[in-house]
Design a protein around this ligand. Structure first.
Ligand code: CA
Length: 233
């Protein structure tokens, strides 16, 4: 298999050098763009496997880059933001980014996010998804056609909302879903009290799904952002 090709979009030279050095020493190939316009150009002409996208670019907002790329491609995009750009990060996820890294980040974090995204990519291109009827992840099995879910062969007794949540998370395995995205999909709206009820439903779903709800294996919490179902080996 070819080494994965990563497009690094970052105007800050030291951060960019850290990323490209990390990629080079870990068997990735990479391309570089230092602004939004060249990022869109590189993405369209080289079709990279993953885009690492800084949100604060000199010529345009990184969110605009995501929106543009999403008009023709589902290529995974990991946004990189400073802590002060938390609302931008959520906007970026809602615009179609897959994951995020907050500056300053370690080399290990960067590599971990790339691995999560690669696993998601491998999973999404596998036949199991194109068939689309059954989702399997670790001991979890969701039978979309049958409308039921199983853990270790035992049927999970879920309420309709818990089941909807589980389907939404599993269909987006590996991807961070924001509170807004989830509540829009479950209730068709996103009010403050919907986010509060989401937390309650998530807690009851986890009690049924997770062996240890306090250290969840399947559903990860992203504080202030949302939730992600992890691909379990
Ligand atoms: Ca920047």
């Amino acid at each position: 298999m070819n080494k994965p090709l990563i497009l690094v979009v970052e105007d800050d030279a030291p951060v960019r050098n850290l990323m490209t050095t990390t990629l080079k020493t870990n068997d990735y190939r990479y391309l570089v763009a230092v602004n939004g316009e060249s990022a869109i150009l590189e993405a369209s002409s080289h079709n990279p496997d993953i885009v690492l996208l800084d949100l604060g670019l000199p010529d345009m907002d990184g969110v605009q880059v995501i929106k543009k790329i999403r008009t023709w491609s589902n290529m995974p995009i990991i946004v990189i933001s400073a802590r002060s750009e938390d609302s931008d990060k959520i906007e970026a996820l809602d615009a179609g980014a897959d994951d995020y890294l907050t500056k300053p980040f370690s080399v290990e974090e960067l590599l971990a996010r790339l691995r999560v995204t690669q696993r998601r990519l491998a999973y999404m291109t596998a036949e199991v998804v194109s068939a689309g009827a059954v989702f399997e992840n670790g001991k979890l099995r969701v039978d979309y056609a049958g409308g039921c879910a199983y853990l270790d062969g035992q049927e999970l007794h879920l309420t309709p909302i818990e089941y909807k949540l589980l389907c939404l998370l599993s269909k987006n395995v590996g991807k961070v879903l924001t509170h807004t995205y989830i509540t829009q999909n479950i209730w068709g709206r996103s009010w403050d009290n919907d986010v509060a009820s989401l937390r309650v439903f998530m807690a009851t779903l986890r009690k049924k799904l997770e062996a240890e709800p306090d250290s969840p294996q399947y559903i990860q919490t992203h504080i202030g952002v949302g939730y992600r179902m992890m691909k379990v080996e």
